[in-house]
Design a protein around this ligand. Sequence first.
Ligand SMILES: N[C@@H](CCC(=O)N[C@@H](CS)C(=O)NCC(=O)O)C(=O)O
Length: 228
Amino acid sequence: MLKFYYSGAPNPTKVALFLEEAGLPYEAIPIDTRKGDQHKPEFLAINPNAKVPAIVDGDATVFDSNAILLYLAEKTGKFLPPNTPANRGELLSWLMFVATGVGPYSGQSVHFRHYAPEKLAYAINRYTFEAERHFGILDKRLASKRYMVAETYTIVDMDVWGWSRLIPTVLGEEFWAKFPNLKRLVDEISARPAAMRAAALKDKHKFKTEMDDEAKRAMFPQNLRLAS
Ligand SMILES: N[C@@H](CCC(=O)N[C@@H](CS)C(=O)NCC(=O)O)C(=O)O
């Protein structure tokens, strides 16, 4: 059975959404990143980048949420737009846009707003500005389209859902008012039974919630260099 290495964070949750939507049987294996599971040799053999999500599907090992979404969609033939070069181009463009823009800027915005030891105005401004700009581009796209690519619900919508549903944490609750079209898509997907199951997956395991010294060492290893 497909092994899914996960935590309750946004990147694993979008893969959980695909697995639930597609009805693929899988074994969910918790990686508690606040306890440092991501750095264990057995997990590094699966994802040398020490992050979740990752999957092992027979002899295929895939890491990085966007790569996994594309791999699973192509393998199953599900949640892809009609197979034309134009749709394929759009699919790849928006997947890469989320992978290289929405995800990293949102992650850094969360880091500097909520976890950095100092409230650095420059960093907070830089990353909230860029995260907001990226969500604005998604919102504009969705002003004239029900879904991100073609006329159907695809892996790009799942990808967008992963981080967008956390806009209150990334930017602040008040920001929803700026992205009404994106909110419409997020609300539509969040109401799907598969999305509810994906979001609830984190409750199947007791993940550590404290951001104590052990968690900071595991998740922010750059601090060790500062301390030495
Ligand atoms: N580009 C990767 C990013 C993965 C990533 O940053 N995962 C986070 C959870 S959303 C993680 O594992 N954090 C633990 C850590 O950084 O130690 C993807 O899209 O899968």
